[in-house]
Ligand binder design. Structure first.
Ligand SMILES: [Mg+2]
Length: 458
């Protein structure tokens, strides 16, 4: 909008009981582009103002009836009109009169006879001041609105932060300086975090969070947090904390925030306890599912899983793997003679004896079925396998478990078949078949002996 347009929208009210002044001022201001209205008394001026508010008033002081001072007073006490700038026009150059003009609220004072240029300059100055005042008012109004919204947002945020289940804190990082170590400065902490830290950790709430305050929780925490500031990568870890009053698990998260970090801490003790119970239950169930109830050694299912796993490993590493199959000789006769309960006790004793005879942690003993047992020996060659088989056989011999019905001995004896393979295919059945075949041969040749599959091939 250009200057003329602004002026054409600016309304000036000229008030003077002297017609010549009224005419002259109207003409001058009209020529400059302003909208001008006239009033020849205080009374008509107030009426004109009531009908339409002007942007500025040129007001004569000495008028019959309502004079300029009282007209001004009335306008300045009315909220609707109090902001309209008033420039007094007066023939009096008396300082007291001028002072009164300002006291009743006038913005400026021009002495008659006036210089037209002076009137124009003072009018324009007042209009600019009014415009600037308006701008300031608008800005103030806008700022108040923003402040109100900000306050509302802050209240909502505070409510959320104080009612959410997580402890939240904002820490500013102060890097190390000569003779002064780096530290964190706490700029915000919510009530949940304060409660989490009670009663013994108040040091952490203190503004300066030094390394040893964080060390209470975890000796690496200060370094972890510093790394978050340096790298911008978030940190997340579950931490266990214990003192004389608290035993608790916390989930700790730290994310970069400005010159420091935002920390979110949650008490996860209940969840951790559930996990622990679940873990123990799983362990128990796994144990149940993979253990043979009668002999308390691994069952056939566990055997299959372990053999598959070790067979794969042996193939990958091109190593030999041995399988020992064991059968209790004439066990049916034992059962028939001593009864099933004694038979079960015998199976248990033999199973536990075999297990004790096998030494390496990677060696695996299982009940294969009935009175048959199997031993998996990873990374084992013929001599090693035969040594283990001999130890097993000797251990059973040493037990001297009576077997009155055995045609070959007075005691329990074992037939043992061994197979050693370096896997060439995924299928481990070849190992079971050859060990089984060796066992069959051991029985066939009179029982109470060890037969190796490779021996049969020689
Ligand atoms: Mg007059």
């Amino acid at each position: 909008m250009n200057d003329f347009n602004i002026k054409s929208q600016t309304h000036i009210l000229v008030v003077d009981d002297y017609l010549d002044n009224l005419t002259l001022l109207t003409m001058i201001l009209n020529n400059l582009g302003y909208q001008v209205r006239q009033a020849n008394s205080g009374k008509t001026a107030l009426k004109a103002i009531e009908q339409m508010l002007p942007d500025l008033i040129l007001l004569d002081i000495q008028m019959p009836g309502v004079d300029g001072y009282s007209c001004c007073q009335q306008l300045k006490t009315n909220p609707k009109t109090q902001d309209i700038p008033i420039i007094f026009l007066s023939a009096s150059n008396n300082a007291a009169d001028k002072l009164k003009g300002f006291e009743v609220g006038g913005e400026d004072y021009i002495t008659k006879p006036f210089l037209l240029e002076e009137v124009v300059a003072r009018v324009e100055k007042q209009l600019i001041l009014k415009w600037q005042k308006n701008q300031l008012k608008q800005e103030l109004k806008y700022r108040k609105k923003i402040e109100k919204k900000l306050l509302e947002s802050q209240q909502i945020l505070t409510q959320i932060l104080n009612t959410c289940p997580d402890g939240i804190a904002v820490l500013k990082f102060i890097p190390s300086r000569p003779h002064k170590p780096a530290y964190f400065y706490c700029t915000f902490i919510n009530s949940v975090m304060e409660n989490l830290l009670k009663p013994n950790q108040k040091r952490l709430i203190n503004p300066k969070i030094l390394k040893n305050s964080l060390d209470i929780f975890d000796s690496s925490l200060f370094d972890y947090f510093s790394e978050v500031v340096k790298t911008g990568h978030p940190f997340e870890q579950d931490l266990y904390y214990e003192n004389s009053e608290i035993k608790a698990w916390y989930s700790v998260k730290a994310i970069p925030h400005g010159q420091g970090i935002l920390i979110i801490v949650r008490d996860i003790t209940d969840r951790k306890q559930c996990e622990l119970i679940l873990h123990q239950t799983n362990d128990f169930l796994y144990q149940q599912a993979t253990t043979d109830n009668l002999t308390q050694i691994s069952n056939r299912r566990a055997f299959d899983v372990y053999l598959k796993q070790e067979w794969k490993r042996a193939k990958r590493e091109e190593l030999s793997i041995a399988l020992i199959m064991i059968d209790i000789d004439y066990f049916k006769l034992y059962n028939d003679h001593y009864g099933h309960e004694a038979g079960d006790r015998c199976l248990y004793t033999v199973a536990q004896t075999i297990r004790q005879a096998v030494k390496r942690p990677s060696d695996f003993v299982a009940r294969y079925g009935g009175e048959e047992f199997a031993v998996i020996l990873p990374n084992t060659e013929r001599i090693g396998a035969e040594t283990v088989a001999n130890s097993i056989q000797k251990a059973i011999h040493d037990l001297q478990l009576p077997h009155a019905q055995s045609p070959i001995s007075s005691y329990i004896t074992l037939s043992i078949g061994i197979s050693i393979q370096i896997p060439t295919s995924e299928d481990f059945i070849i190992l079971i078949q050859t060990a089984d075949h060796a066992l069959y041969e051991a029985k066939h040749q009179g029982r109470d002996r060890i037969q190796s599959w490779s021996e049969l091939l020689e």
